[in-house]
Design a binder for this molecule. Sequence first.
Ligand code: ADP
Length: 502
Amino acid sequence: MNEMTRVSAQPAYSDAASKALARAPKLFIGGEWVESTHDRTLPVIDPSTGREIGRFVDASDADVDRAVAAARQAFDDGRWTGLPPIVRESMIHKLADLIERHADEFAELEAIDNGKPKTIAAALDIPAAVGMLHYMAGWTTKLGGETMAPMAAPNGAFHAYVRREPAGVAAQIVPWNFPMIMATLKIAPALAAGCTLVLKPAEQTSVTALRLADLVNEAGFPAGVINIITGNGHTAGDRLVRHPDVDKIAFTGSTEIGKLINKNATDTLKRVTLELGGKSPVVVLPDVDVAATAGGAASAIFFNAGQVCVAGSRIYAHRDIFDKLIEGVAEAAKGWTVGPSLDPATRMGPLVSDEQHARVMDYIDQGKKAGASIVTGGDAPSHEGYFVSPTIMVDVKPEMSVVREEIFGPVVVAQRFDDLDEVAREANNTSYGLAASVWTRDVSAMHKMCAELKAGTVWGNCHMMIDPALPFGGFKQSGLGREQARQGVEAYTELKTVIIAL
Ligand code: ADP
């Protein structure tokens, strides 16, 4: 692509999507749609056009307090935990079924609001959100405690056991890159563990969370178990983080905000789970099928326009195959057709916002100024939306900002290496530790690298394979705790040790 490339225009929205976008700005609290206590609202912007297409509430402090009070009451009076686990499990399944019933509308709204191609939202995001709810629903009836014997007491003198209890009220703050997946990744384990919750989607992408709220009562949840409020992070989000009636914070977003939230949650010593940024290496050994690996490396960075916490944003390729691999990634980049989210031909939509677009273009500029060469891309195709071409940079040095910092756009930097020790050192030379991938048919080298790489997830001969049954989270400054799997539900529980003298 070059400076003159134009992308096509955004097709018309469906009637169902237009109706959802035209909703009056309200909050879902205590099982009802309520007005805010003030009249501040925020715009819904279609990133494919840059145009405002709706408004939603920017929650006030009083709104946040009301949502927390609803969740607190629903937890304390036992209307959720008091239900038989199988009844709670069925409601979570029902919510999943209702989303599935409206899957096409959810996919379209996600595409309009976030910019991702509707084809991809329909094939991936919405089914993944439904799958997350179904997977986690099962834990409702499977979580349990343990019976143990005190080591220093005669056998039979005490009956000791460990109860697993819900943590209480969870505040869940999510980002804009996968709005539905992030929302369900948060609410599903909290509900399974017996918590009540307040979810706050990102201010860039609140549309599908509000549509999800429409389905909560139909699924049968008692009032106040699931509350969904919208608003700015530094106001509504911050109020949730500091609120004395919130027991647990689950956050996904930038490392910068994650650190701030961890600090702000300290005064009330909340339980905190953080899933933060990454700068994930893609390590390619010389024995690979270069063409196939190039396609994998391209998908690792260009999927979702690179707005993925686990994006493979640093390629390390062995010197013997470096040139051929980069040629292959550049060739594969041509297949990532840039266009508006509702055009079926689009494989890579715009970035989510004007701000994100400016940020990514600034990084490309910093890279060029520092001496990096652009193999392909580097430009913003001309259109009113927030488009950036798939971009590959070479001739980079470890100290450059494009190598060190998370760009969160379709920009990959590529470097050569000679031996395994060197590449392990360079791949680990980052404050992040979310994910990594290793590409080789050499079993011994594969396992050695998987052990060496400091990351919460290491993939072999694939990238971005994430599944609800497998724990997910970061080493180092990529996070705290794990989501998904048994560990993800347990993160919403407290252990109570009971010791009874017999
Ligand atoms: P990104 O860099 O991906 O936009 P952020 O980390 O800025 O992500 O935001 C992710 C989520 O955190 C959003 O829902 C946002 O509203 C919220 N948020 C931002 N700042 C704060 C804050 N100070 N306290 C609580 N939540 C915040």
